[in-house]
Design a protein around this ligand. Structure first.
Ligand SMILES: [Zn+2]
Length: 229
């Protein structure tokens, strides 16, 4: 039976960019992938109103997930205002109890974006809460592994210690899907996200002895052998 991976990001698009190639690879291998954004990321457009951009972000998140064969979820929090509290952690814990992921991918713990740091913190808290024997009708579930994705916005102290090779088919599927997101194309604040992450996969591939790879920092618990991902 395939694994289930839950990717938890601060804004719609974050995990699409950073974990997306790995999620595409896992789906192609028969695994199940869920992308969960903790906020809409609706304040990231210089011209569209947050109300307008929110609608676009949800559409882009749904489309990306559909294109790589993943599922899409978003929590109802506002960009820039993700709380670091047990209410939000419990919402994620309930998803963990229901979907029973083997693996969580989230942000690194330090970031220039507070929503990213809080998403990483909530993911850890939710993992803990989901494992507790609380009086939940959803039961309990322990997630074996947490991986922190490589993100130029979360670079402080990030040292990748796991490389996941990205086959051509997964890369092409990711690249076609991510090009449908305006921010990734550089249309919001001009950062060349797709070029950056494509170059990064090539650079990490050089280090890992493969064409392309994504680097992750490994959280607590036992490591997945590289071949399993
Ligand atoms: Zn973000």
């Amino acid at each position: 039976m395939g694994k289930t991976v839950l990717a938890i990001g601060g804004h719609i698009g974050d995990m699409d960019l950073t974990a997306g190639p790995t999620l595409a690879k896992m789906v192609l291998a028969g695994d199940r992938a869920i992308i969960l954004a903790c906020t809409y990321g609706e304040r990231g457009h210089p011209r569209l109103s947050p109300e307008e951009y929110r609608v676009q972000k949800v559409r882009e998140g749904e489309q990306f997930a559909a294109d790589i064969g993943a599922e899409f979820r978003v929590l109802d929090y506002s960009d820039g205002f993700l709380p670091d509290n047990d209410e939000a952690a419990t919402q994620i814990a309930d998803i963990i109890r229901t979907e029973k992921p083997d693996l969580i991918i989230t942000h690194w713990t330090k970031s220039i974006h507070r929503d990213h740091e809080r998403a990483a913190s909530l993911a850890e808290r939710a993992r803990f809460l989901a494992s507790l024997p609380l009086d939940s009708p959803l039961g309990r579930h322990s997630v074996r592994q947490v991986l922190h994705a490589d993100n130029w916005e979360d670079a402080e102290g990030f040292v990748p210690d796991l490389y996941v090779s990205i086959p051509d088919e997964a890369f092409e599927r990711w690249r076609a899907a991510i090009q449908k997101q305006a921010f990734a194309r550089g249309e919001t604040y001009g950062f060349r996200y797709i070029d950056y992450y494509t170059a990064m996969m090539t650079a990490k591939g050089c280090l890992a002895g493969t064409t392309r790879a994504c680097g992750f920092a490994v959280g607590g618990g036992p490591h997945f052998p590289l071949a399993e991902l």
